[in-house]
Design a protein around this ligand. Structure first.
Ligand code: NDG
Length: 303
């Protein structure tokens, strides 16, 4: 007699092939589980790198959005603290560092928290490729990824382990949930395809609908990389992922994935934190808020 294994038994592990993702996604996408975009031609009528500020439509939260031309030259995924920061130390713990600290070595013009991590051990979740080096093999993890390929293409969606190990990526990092696919909100579809155990805010549905600080990386119709964040505090202030995805579309975003947010949310410009992180600095006082020591970052640099 055949033993029927639940989907999850197939979805994890080294031979993950996207069968489950293909089963769950709208028919119009066929077998394709990712989108790639070639960066647009350089446009001298807009700045090479530009950051704008905004207040959310309900006037409650603020955020920044950064547009980057020629992202293949100017954008890197960086491990926490130092090269090799996603490798466990001898004591089984992993390096964690503030976004500002991790961004020092590339003198990032803009840096933002990126990959989700295990808040107990600090372990980086998902696949991480940093400046061409495989820093972490996510072992077939089933969450949306952002990547920059060696041919300059920007990549959004679900990677297979073969693609990760092929050496075709210069940069790669995992988020949780694909917010915008081909100009449309893709939150409900990606909720069906992704795993919840890479984030610690509850079920994927809770994670989607809770008010919180949010971060995303995407691409706009001009082929510029777009990094955006909104401030908040989990359960009391910020945005749901549906509203955040709509805001990204309003900014002109065509594809985007959701990066680590909540208390990890830190936006750094030239080494200075320019947002309002939500974690308290100490257990004993609610007076000040401090940037959290997090996992990987996305860094925009001079190239
Ligand atoms: C943030 C995330 C949480 C995650 C943790 C570590 C949000 C709303 O960072 O889910 O487990 O990555 O993104 N919260 O607190």
């Amino acid at each position: 007699m055949d033993i029927l294994l639940p989907y999850s038994s197939f979805a994890r592990g080294p031979h993950f092939s996207h069968r489950h993702v293909r089963d769950c996604q709208p028919v119009k996408y066929g077998n394709v589980t990712h989108e790639t975009t070639l960066p647009g031609a350089k446009n001298d009528s807009v700045p090479l790198i530009e950051t704008k500020y905004f207040t959310t439509p309900n006037e409650i939260s603020q955020g920044h959005v950064t547009f980057v031309q020629d992202p293949a030259r100017h954008v890197s995924v960086l491990e926490p603290g130092k090269e090799g920061g996603c490798t466990a130390e001898n004591d089984g713990n992993y390096t964690r560092a503030t976004v500002a600290k991790s961004g020092e070595r590339k003198k990032c013009l803009v840096a933002v928290n990126a990959g989700f991590f295990n808040t107990t051990t600090g372990d980086c979740y998902g696949n991480v490729v940093s400046d061409g080096k495989l820093a972490k093999d996510g072992k077939g993890i089933q969450n949306s990824h952002f990547g920059v390929k060696k041919n300059g293409e920007l990549y959004f969606g679900y990677v297979t382990e073969e693609e990760v190990l092929s050496g075709d990526f210069d940069q790669l990092v995992a988020g949780v949930l694909w917010l915008v696919r081909n100009g449309e909100i893709y939150v409900n579809e990606s909720e069906k395809a992704e795993c919840a155990d890479t984030q610690e805010t509850g079920t994927l549905n809770t994670f989607i609908n809770v008010l919180s600080a949010r971060a995303a990386v995407g691409v706009d119709a001009m082929g510029r990389l777009v990094i955006a964040h909104v401030d908040g505090r989990t359960r009391s202030r910020g945005m749901t992922l549906h509203d955040f995805a709509q805001l990204l579309i309003d900014f002109g975003v065509v594809n985007a994935i959701n990066l680590d947010g909540g208390g990890s949310m830190t936006y750094v410009s030239n080494g200075t934190v320019i947002n309002y992180p939500s974690d308290y600095c100490s257990r004993d006082s609610k007076l000040y808020r401090c940037p959290r020591r997090v996992s990987t970052i996305v860094c925009v640099h001079d190239g």
